[in-house]
Design a protein around this ligand. Structure first.
Ligand code: CMP
Length: 139
């Protein structure tokens, strides 16, 4: 059976611009169920740990300081084919390349300020979900 959950974050810029509501509406309208959700703020260390896979990239410093710059919404979502379907819903990492109607096309400002994060594999969905949520916080 394919793994049917993914992990997502609404990034600080989208939260600050009060876009969390419309983004969550798009997600549930697309058929995803909320399994867990919280508003939280990453410390600089937590942002570095979360994005450790990018630690050798030129944008790591900008990405991690931005991701710890304000509140985010973190959530676990459930749907058949969750990882791929969610990445389709959010659109390309670069908002200039994101398809019309996608979350990033509507709400992203740049590569780092790209409104939302979505796991890129089932394996990372599990790791990222465990980073934020205990068993008691999942429903
Ligand atoms: P996200 O889905 O959170 O996963 C890694 C993040 O790194 C990505 O979204 C972007 O915000 C950021 N990122 C990826 N490539 C670049 C880039 N070339 N320049 C700046 N930020 C990038």
């Amino acid at each position: 059976m394919p793994y049917n959950q993914t992990f997502m974050m609404i990034k600080p810029i989208a939260f600050r611009n009060n876009h969390a509501g419309p983004i969550l509406h798009m997600i549930t309208e697309a058929g995803f169920r909320l399994k867990a959700m919280k508003i939280t703020r990453l410390t600089a260390k937590q942002a570095c740990d979360f994005y450790a896979v990018h630690s050798d990239k030129y944008f790591y410093e900008e990405l991690t300081s931005f991701m710890s710059s304000g509140p985010i919404v973190a959530a676990i979502l459930e749907k058949e084919n969750a990882v791929a379907d969610f990445r389709k819903l959010i659109g390309a990492t670069d908002p200039a390349k994101a398809e019309e109607g996608t979350i990033r096309k509507l709400y992203a400002e740049s590569m780092s300020h790209n409104a939302v994060h979505g796991s890129d594999s089932d394996e990372n969905a599990l790791i990222e979900s465990d980073f934020f949520f205990s068993k008691m916080e999942r429903f």
